[in-house]
Ligand binder design. Structure first.
Ligand code: FE2
Ligand code: FE2
Length: 302
């Protein structure tokens, strides 16, 4: 994709997802594993995105291209909104008895320590790799949303769809700062991707286990959930299977974030959002196009 074809980065503020008390505990297909996978991601976002913003900001003064400098500003603004909205969603998890505050505090402490002791180019490379992980997840969700979220609460899916759309919009920012402002090279880029891949899944699984415990799911029941859950994530029709090629592209010498990832569903989300200003309707246009928009009023009233 030519740079002139790339979508502009727009920060959408004051969105309303209406996370009322009637959002089901297991909002994704009444399935504890699937729900807690996304919940664990949400729980990790505020601390992780704060870290990403800090690491990009470390090099903001070294950005020479004015258009990239503007993108850095929008990236920071978007991530701020993501953290705010996910923190709101996470309050629901806290009310369910999930150890949100404890995990968030420990994550922030660990990331702050990491930032103090590691070179800034290293933490920026980690950020660029983390942004690639979030963007391939976003592309995957847009492409497979109709399957993954076939039975889900649309308010929660709308949160992840909005976040995913903005992750796609700013997916190249940290990578360009790494290349252009930090003069980052290949080995560090590839090495940090391997690190973040392991860290992302292991920490997410750790948080999920904490959540299963808080849910009161017995250990032998948890043990039985993992094989099926891992197949859902990595199996032939799994969530991450379509993203594999896109993931591996990061290890190419000439990697560019805009080389891969379908944009049709993103464009559909964006045009619907631009026309309505409603993240739920934009999500529905991508994930459940067969649903009539007139159902929106009924859904909200229900
Ligand atoms: Fe984000
Ligand atoms: Fe991001």
């Amino acid at each position: 994709m030519d740079r002139t074809d790339q979508p502009t980065i727009v920060t959408r503020r004051n969105l309303e997802f209406q996370f009322d008390a009637d959002v089901p505990r297991y909002w994704l297909g009444n399935d504890a594993f699937r729900t807690r996978f996304f919940d664990a991601c949400s729980l990790r976002f505020p601390a992780g995105e704060r870290f990403f913003v800090q690491c990009v900001r470390d090099y903001a003064g070294a950005v020479r291209d004015p258009s990239l400098a503007q993108m850095v500003k929008e990236f920071i603004a978007q991530e701020g909104q993501h953290s705010m909205q996910h923190s709101r969603f996470n309050q629901r998890l806290e009310a369910q008895g999930m150890p949100v505050e404890l995990i968030d505090r420990r994550s922030r402490g660990a990331l702050d320590f990491f930032r103090r002791v590691m070179p800034k180019k290293f933490t920026l490379a980690l950020t660029a790799a983390g942004e690639h992980m979030t963007s391939i997840t976003s592309h995957g969700l847009f492409e497979r949303g109709h399957q993954v979220f076939a039975e889900a609460d649309e308010r929660v899916v709308a949160l992840f769809a909005w976040h995913g759309a903005e992750e796609i919009e700013h997916k190249a920012v940290a990578h360009r700062v790494y290349r252009e402002a930090a003069d980052g090279g290949y080995l560090l880029r590839a090495g940090t991707m391997l690190y973040i891949t392991l860290q992302f899944f292991l920490h997410t699984f750790f948080v999920m286990t904490k959540m299963f415990n808080a849910d009161g799911i017995a250990w032998h029941q948890q043990l039985a959930m993992w094989p099926r859950g891992l197949r859902w994530l990595f199996g032939r029709n799994g969530l991450y299977r379509p993203a594999l090629r896109h993931y591996l592209a990061y290890f190419r010498l000439d990697f560019d974030p805009w080389q891969a990832g379908g944009m049709a569903q993103y464009q559909c989300w964006r045009s619907t959002f631009d026309a309505t200003g409603d993240a739920v309707l934009a999500c529905r246009a991508v994930v459940w196009p067969q649903r009539s928009t007139s159902l929106r009023a009924e859904f909200v009233a229900a």
